[in-house]
Write a protein that binds this ligand. Structure first.
Ligand SMILES: [Zn+2]
Ligand SMILES: [Zn+2]
Length: 168
């Protein structure tokens, strides 16, 4: 494998693996292109542009956030998916249970909504939290677990002003 030297051997400037400005000789002596060297000063060999090496994205990029799951935060909810992506929700407006083969928690916020499969890690904590919401309808929740369809278990009390669907 090509040795990707990290610095120019003439001026010491950093040459990252994805830098388009590195030139190398056949011994991998590495220089900046800016020096416009006609040959390698060390071996007199030909200098060519070094191919760019794309490094795999560091796994920490997936987050200081942590493993997949649903989490309550000070401002709302964070859902981290298996693929490392995450979605957030703030200003909870309604909680619905969608039961079709699998059970999903549908949290709707002012700006967005989250559809959370029941198999999501942390769901028990979420449920405990939701059941403490003032006015959470436990009977609806139990009904949802038994039946199939979509069940509204909780709604922000004054949401009616904004215009909610005609549904009890
Ligand atoms: Zn240089
Ligand atoms: Zn050389």
């Amino acid at each position: 494998m090509l040795e990707m030297r990290s610095h120019c051997q003439a001026c010491g400037k950093e040459l990252a693996p994805d830098s388009p400005n590195a030139v190398i000789c056949s011994y991998e002596c590495t220089f900046c292109r800016e020096h416009e060297l006609s040959a390698c000063p060390n071996c007199k060999g030909e200098l060519v542009r070094r191919p760019i090496r794309v490094l795999p994205a560091p796994t920490v990029a997936a987050g200081p956030s942590g493993p997949p799951g649903i989490e309550m935060t000070l401002t709302g909810y964070v859902l981290r998916r298996e693929d490392g992506s995450q979605a957030t929700l703030a200003d909870l407006v309604s909680v619905e249970i969608l039961n079709e083969d699998e059970v999903y928690f549908v949290l709707t916020g002012a700006q967005s909504s989250l559809v959370i499969p029941q198999s999501t890690p942390g769901i028990e904590g979420l449920l405990t939290h939701l059941q403490k919401l003032p006015g959470f309808q436990h009977d609806k929740f139990l009904e949802a677990m038994e039946g199939s369809g979509r069940f509204v278990c909780w709604r922000l009390p004054n949401e009616a002003k904004v215009g909610s669907p005609p549904e009890a």
